[in-house]
Design a protein around this ligand. Structure first.
Ligand code: NAD
Length: 418
């Protein structure tokens, strides 16, 4: 068995059942794994992955292994590892370094363990592997050929590196595939964030004023699902385009300073820093619930909350009560980290099927194209379309095909209006 560090190896049996359950809902990745098994396109490659260690990630890791890769894995968030799944992966021979509740020091120890394997390809969710390799572990640049990035925030960081000429190896922005952001960010984050809030609090959403900060792909999904549960949704935005879209979608839009006075539940999903701050918290009603489902635990200013609170206690896992000086209580979920991963199980398998199929096919693309430049690349359109086709196929849905006449018409400039 390879080197690993997980919470408890005896959880492997439970973890295996979870991975099997996820796999049943991931038909596209399943088909890719079958082909990988036959063709072995990743033979001899070491893949270093820094992803949320969930049952769906295990299905991805097993697809890559089927393709011939050796995989070293660490978590991309200290609170999101499913310990049973980490144990199952360790038992099956994957070099996994992850457990739920890592300290910051332990988190980076795990990231560095993965880099010790000298990966040829990196898989990131938030760019921590890439930034560590570009920082303290520059030696790893000798072996690395390319990488992929799963999420919006990571892609923003990588594009900034590219712009500054700092990026030293090519990255495919999996996040920007249509079959990723449209489903994963919107439907996945929408449903699983509601799930996380309910698991932590079990409050009734119907009739509550539910404030969504940020109306991006994730925010749209969250607002949609909260409305579906009967909440009165208020959107806060900084982009006039997104704000206008939220208005036309039928949501109330107002600045956070106003929403702070009326909201019952606040969820940040902006990818930005210090969105909910002291000046907002001081205006909030008694008993409000605050959560974050954007990438880092910086969207809600926890230092501000600590500063204005006279005491704090844990009510139950992922539910922290902060008592303010005037007696009001503010409840913070999952320490301000991603509520859908820390307090629930992350995205449902069906959406991760598409995101991780893009990941698997992009790893193959990098392996087959060793001459890519150190840039941030889009997912090739053929990959995006293949994932959508396989997904429809897996759902038993057929679609039409253009006739030859239609193909000619749609690409011609000669046909007029009459
Ligand atoms: N929870 C998850 O599982 C999950 C999944 C995918 C992405 N994410 C993360 O969620 C975040 C949002 O992703 P996205 O794809 O929706 O991004 P996006 O860029 O489409 O949307 C972000 C929105 O937030 C708005 N915004 C920025 N600063 C703001 C502020 N101070 N107040 C109000 N709005 C503000 C922007 O104008 C934009 O419309 C990212 O950090 C991403 O990494 C989380």
């Amino acid at each position: 068995m390879s080197d690993f560090k997980v919470k408890d190896l005896s959880l492997a049996g439970e973890g295996r059942l979870l991975v099997e359950w996820a796999s049943r809902h991931m038909p596209v990745l399943h088909r890719i794994a079958e082909r990988f098994e036959r063709e072995k396109p990743l033979n001899g490659l070491t893949v270093g992955a820094c992803l949320h260690v969930t049952k769906e990630t295990a299905v991805l890791v097993e697809a890559l292994t089927a393709g011939g890769a050796e995989v070293a894995l660490c978590g991309s968030n200290p609170l999101s590892t499913q310990d049973e799944v980490a144990a199952a992966l360790a038992e099956s021979g994957v070099s996994v370094f992850a457990w739920r509740g890592e300290t910051t020091e332990e988190y980076y120890w795990c990231v560095n363990k993965v880099i010790d394997y000298a990966p040829a390809i990196t898989l990131d969710d938030g760019a921590d592997l890439v930034s560590t390799i570009h920082g303290s572990r520059g030696g790893a640049l000798e072996t690395v050929k390319g990488g992929t990035e799963e999420t919006t925030t990571g892609v923003i960081r990588l594009r900034a590196m590219e712009k500054d000429g700092a990026l030293k190896y090519p990255i495919i922005a999996v996040n920007d595939a249509y079959t990723k952001y449209l489903f994963d960010n919107r439907y996945g984050t929408g449903q699983s964030s509601i799930d996380g809030i309910l698991r932590a609090t079990n409050v009734l959403l119907a009739g509550k004023r539910f404030v969504v900060c940020g109306y991006g792909w994730c925010g749209r999904g969250l607002a949609l699902r909260a409305r579906g549960m009967g909440a009165n949704v208020i959107v806060t935005e900084v982009s006039p385009l997104r704000a206008l879209e939220a208005v036309m979608d039928g949501f109330q839009v107002m600045p956070l300073r106003k929403a702070a006075e009326v909201g019952d539940i606040f969820v940040t999903v902006t990818g930005n820093i210090r969105v909910i701050r002291k000046e907002h918290m001081l205006k909030m009603k008694d008993n409000v619930i605050i959560a974050n489902t954007g990438h880092f635990n910086v969207e809600v200013s926890i230092p501000d909350l600590e500063e204005i609170a006279s005491s704090k206690r844990t009510i139950r896992p992922n539910l922290e009560e902060y008592a303010l000086n005037d007696g009001r209580k503010v409840f913070l979920l999952a320490e301000g980290r991603l509520v859908n991963l820390a307090s629930a199980e992350g995205h449902p398998s069906e959406v991760m099927d598409m995101s991780f199929s893009n990941q698997a096919l992009c790893v193959e693309h990098i392996a087959k194209n060793p001459k890519m430049k150190p840039r941030v690349y889009s997912v090739p359109r053929e990959i995006d379309e293949l994932v959508a086709r396989l997904k429809l196929d897996g759902m038993g849905i057929e679609i039409d095909e253009m006739t030859e006449e239609q193909k000619g018409y749609i690409t011609s400039w000669k046909a007029g209006t009459i």
